[in-house]
Unconditional design. Structure first.
Lengths: 113, 110
């Protein structure tokens, strides 16, 4: 199906484990973004990418790693999960990094125990 | 300077009433102001956006009012319906990726 997909949709992991959240888009959009959504904080940008092999930090990058070897994929890795990383994670893509519409995926609800 | 302050946090409006959500910013380099709507369990989706060269933009029941001198912009939902119940985020950008407000949870009651 065309669009932007995230997997898994739900994930429970233990403190200290590595976990990778996947994001895939079929539009060939140049820009991709990772956000986390927490009550009282809204949407906070973790990392973004302007093109394959180009990534940049957002507002809250600590504890996260991203890569983008292909235009359509933008995985987010928590190298050693902490309870503070319990959140809902959204991936988004856009033709333009600043002024274009961002298309959001359905989200991944991550719980770190 | 990068913040966008959104109010109120939550809003309850009677069906048929007007919902008003306000946002304020400090960074004068911001030049694009979208609003996103998010239903429970879904990702946000673009609702309407405005650039600072106009003071108002209307799409159906949704209107953005923009006050450049006050560095404020607001979303008005006319004839609010229960189907409008969602979380609304204002955002802004200007040379950087979008900065989002913290969101307003709107409940429209019959």
């Amino acid at each position: 199906d065309a669009g932007i997909t995230q997997s898994p949709r739900y994930k429970i992991t233990e403190t200290g484990r590595q976990v990778t959240l996947m994001c895939h888009q079929t539009w060939s959009h140049s820009y991709m973004f990772w956000y986390r959504q927490d009550l009282g904080h809204g949407l906070r940008l973790i990392y973004y990418s302007a093109a394959a092999d180009i990534t940049d930090k957002g507002e809250v990058p600590d504890g996260y790693v991203v890569s983008r070897s292909k235009t359509e994929n933008f995985p987010l890795t928590l190298e050693s999960a902490t309870r503070s990383q319990t959140s809902v994670y959204f991936c988004a893509s856009s033709e333009s990094g600043r002024k274009g519409e961002q298309y959001f995926g359905p989200g991944t609800r991550l719980t770190v125990t | 300077q990068q913040q966008v302050k959104q109010s109120p946090q939550s809003l309850i409006v009677q069906k048929g009433g007007i919902s008003i959500i306000n946002c304020a910013y400090e960074n004068t380099a911001f030049d694009y102001f979208p609003w996103y709507q998010q239903f429970p369990g879904k990702g946000p989706a673009l609702l309407i956006a405005i650039r600072p060269d106009v003071s108002e933009k209307k799409e159906g029941r949704f209107t953005i009012s923009f006050n450049k001198s006050a560095k404020q912009f607001s979303l008005h939902i006319m004839d609010s319906q229960p189907g409008d119940s969602a979380t609304y985020f204002c955002a802004a950008s200007g040379g950087t990726p979008l900065v989002f407000g913290k969101g307003t949870r709107l409940s429209v009651i019959a």
